[in-house]
Design a protein around this ligand. Structure first.
Ligand code: NAD
Length: 493
């Protein structure tokens, strides 16, 4: 297509309450901020722009509820948490289309992509519900040491207390579910600060949790900016654990503001895929194009760098270009669209600038390179200078770099030559080379005969280096959001 066709504007089918939630009820904060559709700038609604004082009220309320539950010994029991999370999962399924519309309208996903995210969020809640039955401890080996004689003891897993959840714009529902589901399964109270561009989905999700029976004083949501609401939340002294997903630079700021608190961080990636000369070339090209350009590349698992064996490189680049040029760029609401907008025109201009910088340095533009408003066409570059930002940074846009390699050692070294380490892919028919490459890549997960862009919600998720701190994935998040507590008995006699 030559220009982006925007769809006729329909009002949102469901308007979430405009305010925030704290102290168990919806309240309007003193200030409000607008939420726009990034595709055409349509005003979708207003939400509270929470002030530090309002964040303090939210955290204090949740902390009081959690402390009262611990103090009285009659908290929100595990079976009640399981039932509420199961009910929430069913409600997400029931409100599937409304949630998909919210995700797509305020964010950058096509309707198809948004629907798939809603299904995943229901799954994340179902997995969270399952975890409540697995919050077990074990007995302790007192009799294995002379000093332990006459003692008996065990540990249980206890909630950490108050979890602060900070989420990004690109999966506005499922990444919220990945924090609130495990936090609640573990028996914690949780205060959420969603991304400024996508708060409506988060507010709808919190309403679903409340409708499902999550006690109103265990969950709060404070929409607002990162600099004000986010900062006030992570630095609050009554917050026990910060669970953050976003960019590395923000992660650093969050760590500084949080101080000596437990933190979990899911950060960025500029993921590599290796295509060996014995790979199914056409299947690899299809998978790489899908993995690079889904959600217009705004995905932490996007394929950004491909290293392909020299003997098949020319044909592989052509296959990827062919697979890219059939993708339809267009309105998110058109079911035929493959690639929607970036989250804003500023981001699209940044991507365009990084592509221009690579081309000025000698890179070849094989397809794409065009921008219109917030839309950036899927772009394939080859012969990219090693220090161009499209190679070294996380581009978070629809840009793919393909480079050729002569030896496997060289390919592994170049794939590892990055500050990030989220996921990687390797395409080959050879078991030995697949496993050898997998062993040598310094990443959180290696997908064999698949692109880096694959995840199930039960996987331990995250990576080394600047891709994060700790692991998410429901079971692993529940583990991180609970801690052992020992009870030991000194037997008489
Ligand atoms: P971002 O870092 O700009 O913002 C993330 C969140 O942090 C937002 O809610 C923002 O308001 C908040 N924030 C900003 N400054 C803050 C501060 N000083 N204190 C507290 N909170 C603050 O990220 P984004 O642009 O929304 O999302 C894109 C980034 O997220 C990419 O880097 C992507 O790789 C990463 N991401 C990672 C994963 C993962 O699981 N590893 C998943 C999705 C996205």
């Amino acid at each position: 297509m030559t220009t982006v066709e925007t769809a006729p504007i329909a009002p949102l089918a469901w308007q979430p309450p405009a305010g925030a939630v704290w102290s168990g009820r919806w309240v309007d904060g003193a200030s409000a901020m607008p939420v726009h559709d990034p595709e055409d700038g349509t005003l979708l609604g207003h939400v509270t722009d929470a002030s530090p004082a309002e964040v303090d009220q939210a955290v204090t309320g949740v902390a009081a509820a959690v402390a009262a539950a611990v103090g009285s010994g009659a908290g929100w029991a595990a079976w009640q948490r399981r039932e509420a999370l199961e009910a929430a999962s069913r409600l997400v399924v029931r409100h599937h289309e409304v949630l998909a519309e919210l995700i797509s309208r305020e964010g950058c996903k096509t309707v198809r992509e948004a629907r798939s995210e809603v299904s995943r969020a229901a799954e994340t809640l179902r997995l969270s519900a399952q975890q409540t039955g697995l919050l077990t401890g074990e007995t302790l080996p007192f009799s294995d040491t002379a000093r332990g004689t006459g003692r008996l003891g065990w540990y249980t897993r206890e909630p950490v207390g108050v979890v602060a959840a900070i989420t990004p714009f690109n999966d506005p529902l499922n990444l919220v579910a990945h924090k609130l589901g495990p936090a609640l399964a573990g028996g914690n109270g949780v205060v959420l600060k969603p991304a400024e561009s996508t708060p409506l989905t988060a507010l709808a999700f919190v309403q679903i949790l409340l409708d499902a029976g999550v006690p109103a004083d265990y969950v709060a949501v404070v929409p607002g900016t990162g600099a004000t609401a986010g900062r006030a939340l992570v630095s609050h002294p009554l917050v026990d654990l910060v669970s953050f997903t976003g960019g590395f630079r923000t992660g650093n700021e969050v760590a500084r503001a949080a101080g000596a608190k437990k933190t979990l961080m899911e950060l960025g990636g500029n993921n590599a895929v290796l295509v060996l000369d014995d790979a199914d070339r056409e299947a690899a090209a299809q998978s790489v194009a899908a993995g690079a350009f889904g959600v217009a590349g705004q995905n932490c698992l996007s394929v950004q760098r491909v290293f392909v064996a020299a003997p098949i490189a020319d044909r592989f680049v052509q296959d990827v270009v062919d697979a890219t040029e059939v993708l339809r760029v267009g309105s998110k609401s058109d079911p035929r669209t493959d690639i929607g907008p970036l989250i804003g025109e500023r981001e699209a201009r940044r991507v365009q600038e990084w592509v221009a910088e690579a081309c000025d340095g000698g890179a070849e533009l094989r397809t794409g390179g065009r921008r219109e408003g917030a839309f950036h066409w899927p772009t394939v570059l080859t012969n990219v200078p090693a220090r161009a930002r499209v190679m070294t940074e996380e581009i978070f846009g629809p840009v793919l770099v393909i480079e050729r390699f002569d030896t496997l050692d060289e390919a592994v070294a170049r794939a590892n030559d990055t500050r990030f380490g989220l996921q990687a892919g390797v395409f080959t028919a050879g078991l030995e080379s697949a496993l050898s490459v997998a062993e040598r890549l310094r990443v959180g997960a290696v997908m064999i005969n698949d692109s880096s862009d694959f995840r199930i919600d039960a996987m331990p998720f995250g990576g080394p280096k600047q891709s994060g701190v700790g692991r998410e994935g429901v079971r692993y998040a529940v583990e991180a959001m609970t801690e052992p507590k020992i009870i030991a008995v000194r037997l008489g006699g």
